[in-house]
Design a protein around this ligand. Structure first.
Ligand code: FAD
Ligand code: FMN
Length: 763
């Protein structure tokens, strides 16, 4: 086969090597526009695992690369005059120049023809080749010239960065340095890659970059300015650039590239040309080289080039998506780093280390149990004021708000049971809530309990508008208080346009087959074309609804609830006032977000006035309508939270969606937690996170990183009311209090776990 690689970076060179390794008779040419030593960039980070893959493919080059590796285990974070160092992270690095020179030598030795200082312009020039590999980097000319076929999706990220080097030593740790300047925060990612040189990537927001005047500076001025900013860490050493041969600013925005198609006829995209991964997860070269192995491999195992391209794309796309997802979290963390810069250095460090959500609490324990133990102690001391004698996982640290103390931070999320008749909680509810309260969670929410009969979602929803409701709830609350140390919260709501619908396990949100009641809303906008058009509320409707809320809150006080939550999420009445999708009023209750919040705030104020001073009120919101800028966005959610906080709300319970049938939610593990993180750290309010959180490890990571103060689990508590007691047993937490009649069960569980640990060699 005659193959040409356009581009002599890691992708092009390593593909040429991999193809030759499989069959020396191939005729392979690499065309590179720069000279052999003119590369951009400094060091690259690889891992031992990548090296193993390279070794299986070509032991000669892998050995040379390994022999030049610089290893380091620690990550050091310099921030606000402190340095927090943790260990066990296991990286290795090599100079990009050295890597390329090893690959160039190896390619030559295998008979690859290297043509330097040759710009590939017109693909016509390569028509005699059987295979054209476009390995021409992130700005791939080949990809651009066939954009209609490859359909690249290029996401230009918000921060500015410049890739520099220095002779200052960073050989003891991968180092992050955050410096506050008069223009805003600027930070560096620094790591050693050979005996004398370290990579020093500097990054900042576009706003800081412009304020600092970097947009008007050439590379020499940029370097001089950055040397001043990072003087404390450079120890008198200079910063160096190797992009002088390039035109334009040395500062770049990272481009996240992903293509719809990776091949066309005999042309195939490879490396950054096909897909990129942000440098903060340090995997671009790894991705490029591992893709090169896959492509060369399939070209030999598959019966045709087309089949090889299909296998290559199928396999590598999956890997790319996995990495890009982690890289997106990491990129966004740096883009929003100013949100976290108020955190204590310990929590800031934890947030940084877990930013991609690939590293969890228990991963960190494996890496550096000493550091994690210190971090856990810090967390508990901050919450309780006391230095703990024994370490506790963050989920078991008490939480105090107003006069209420929760024994831990696990919350049974509100979940409609659809078992009530005429709004009346019955034996089902008694057993259901009693079980969850016995199960160890610090706080148990009731389902959305409706403030009036017409405010119910379904005929099976519970209410709090009749004396008998109050009595039935009081019986449940009394049991929880008498028999458990859990607290119990009532969630109050009004269904609005989503009312008069079927039970959860029938056709959800669809109107009843018969006996529908009239539904109301801010505007005559139905939930779906099949739902009733709600009657637009007038002021007297608003007065009535507000008074219904107040009456329900007064009943909740008498029933003895510890906590009250107002349900302002999921498209129900209050939520439908907040989102512009369903509130199209032209009076003072519609229009701007401030106007749309007027009625929800009025209801909150009225409820707060009758709710005991020593008990908290949380408000659940939908922090994202998932419809883009036409609906509520996470940014709006911060503004909503700020308004609620000013009014006196104690916590925001951060849910999302269910406000529009047009929504396109992006699901995943802990998928709503980023909204909680944003609200907590931008609006400065305590939050509850919820949504696909199901492992103790998730809960601990969220709490320790400061992404929420409490964590709600819904479905896990349907599957297992004793979720928290089991988590305590798993984590070896001794403080969980089991109901006395169940102590024998607890002891057996502990024994079985201890035995399993011995059998699996964990202890
Ligand atoms: C700041 C920064 C830090 C990074 N750190 C790391 C890291 O630590 N670890 C890691 O694994 N990855 C890292 N990367 C990513 C890594 O550099 C790339 O993912 C990797 O280089 C991709 O290899 P490639 O061969 O596809 O592209 P490149 O390395 O960009 O190579 C493309 C080559 O094609 C040549 N070329 C382009 N157009 C033409 C043309 N028309 N004719 C001829 N030649 C052409 C270019 O000169 C270049 O040599 C980092 C990237 C950046 C921006
Ligand atoms: C059966 C069921 C009923 C629910 N009812 C309510 C409710 O009454 N009020 C509410 O705010 N959320 C309700 N939710 C949403 C949950 O509280 C939670 O936000 C959601 O299920 C995501 O959490 P999870 O992934 O832990 O299940 C309900 C969820 C389920 C599964």
């Amino acid at each position: 086969m005659r193959a040409v690689c356009l581009g002599g970076g890691p992708a092009g060179l390593y593909f040429a090597i991999s193809l030759k390794r499989r069959d020396l008779s191939h005729d392979v040419v690499v065309v590179e526009r720069n000279g052999p030593d003119d590369t951009f960039g400094w060091g690259v980070v690889l891992s031992d695992e990548t090296l193993d893959n390279l070794k299986a493919n070509d032991p000669e080059s892998a050995e040379l690369i390994r022999s030049e590796f610089v290893y380091w285990d620690d990550i050091a974070v310099h921030y606000r005059n402190s340095v927090v160092t943790s260990t066990g992270h296991g990286f290795c690095g090599i100079g990009r120049k050295r890597l390329l020179s090893i690959l160039q030598d190896r390619a030559r030795a295998l008979g690859v023809q290297l043509q330097f200082e040759t710009e590939a312009k017109d693909l016509e020039a390569y028509r005699d080749f059987d295979l054209i590999v476009a390995a021409d980097g992130v700005n791939s000319r080949v990809r651009t010239s066939h954009a209609d076929i490859f359909q690249p999706d290029i996401d230009v990220r918000a921060c500015k960065y410049v890739w520099l080097g220095t002779n200052q030593k960073f050989d003891d740790a991968f180092t992050f340095i955050f410096e506050e300047t008069e223009y805003g925060w600027i930070w560096a990612h620094a790591y050693q890659f050979d005996a004398d040189t370290a990579t020093f990537i500097i990054e900042c927001s576009q706003a800081t970059w412009t304020r600092a005047g970097f947009d008007r500076m050439g590379i020499d001025e940029t370097i001089a300015a950055c040397e001043k900013i990072f003087a404390r860490n450079l120890g008198g050493h200079r910063l160096m650039s190797n992009t002088r041969h390039l035109r334009g600013s040395a500062w770049l925005n990272f481009n996240r590239v992903l293509c719809e198609r990776w091949s066309y006829r005999n042309i195939v995209l490879l490396g950054d040309a096909a897909a990129t991964a942000h440098f903060s997860v340090g995997s671009g070269s790894k991705l490029a080289m591992e893709s090169a192995i896959a492509l060369a491999g399939y070209l030999h195992t598959e019966s045709s080039m087309e089949a090889a391209f299909t296998r290559y794309e199928d396999e590598r796309r999956l890997e790319v998506l996995r990495l890009q997802s982690a890289a997106r979290n990491s990129t966004e963390w740096f883009e929003n780093v100013e949100r976290y810069l108020h955190l204590d250095p310990v929590q800031f460090n934890y947030s940084l280390l877990t930013r991609s959500q690939r590293i969890s609490h228990e991963n960190l324990r494996q890496r550096d149990s000493t550091w994690l133990a210190k971090a856990e102690k810090w967390f508990e001391k901050k919450a309780t004021g006391l230095t703990p004698q024994v370490n506790h996982a963050p989920m078991f640290v008490p939480f105090r708000v107003r006069g209420i103390e929760l024994k831990n931070r696990v919350v049974v999320s509100p979940m409609a049971q659809y078992r009530a008749v005429e709004g009346n909680p019955n034996d089902w509810h008694f057993v259901h809530y009693a079980e969850r309260a016995k199960g160890g969670a610090g706080l148990v929410f009731t389902e959305m309990t409706c403030v009036s009969p017409e405010g119910r979602i379904t005929p099976g929803c519970t209410g709090l508008y009749r004396d008998e409701h109050e009595k039935a709830w009081k019986r449940i609350v009394n049991f929880v208080h008498a028999e458990t140390d859990a607290k119990i919260a009532i969630q109050l709501g009004h269904s609005g346009a989503k009312g008069s619908t079927q039970l959860g396990w029938e056709t959800m949100d669809a109107p009843l087959a018969a006996d529908n009641w009239e539904v109301i809303g801010p505007s005559p906008v139905p939930w779906s074309p099949g739902n009733q058009v709600p009657r637009e509320m007038n002021r007297s409707d608003m007065d009535r609804v507000r008074d219904d809320y107040v009456r329900a809150a007064q009943m909740a006080v008498r029933a003895g609830f510890d906590w009250l939550e107002l349900h302002y999420a999921h498209g129900y009445l209050m939520s439908s006032f907040i989102t512009p999708l369903t509130n199209i009023r032209t009076d003072r209750y519609g229009g701007s977000l401030e106007n749309r919040m007027l009625f929800p705030l009025e209801v909150f104020n009225a409820v707060r006035a009758v709710w005991p001073e020593n008990k908290p009120i949380s408000v659940r919101i939908s922090a994202n309508d998932w419809v883009g800028p036409n609906g509520i966005t996470p940014q709006d959610a911060v503004a909503i939270s700020r308004m609620l906080v000013v009014a006196g709300v104690d916590l925001i319970d951060v849910s999302a969606g269910q406000t529009s049938t047009q929504a396109k939610p992006v699901y995943g593990r802990m998928f709503q937690t980023p909204f909680s993180d944003r609200i907590r750290n931008e609006a400065g309010v305590a939050t509850l996170a919820v949504g696909n959180i199901y492992e103790p490890d998730h809960v601990n990571s969220i709490l320790m990183a400061g992404r929420a103060d409490l964590v709600c689990l819904a479905r896990p508590h349907l599957a297992n009311p004793y979720w928290t007691l089991h988590a305590a047993a798993d984590l070896g937490y001794e403080g969980a209090i089991w109901p006395k009649p169940y102590l024998a069960g607890r002891d057996q569980l502990h024994r079985l776990k201890a035995r399993a640990e011995v059998m699996t060699g964990k202890v």
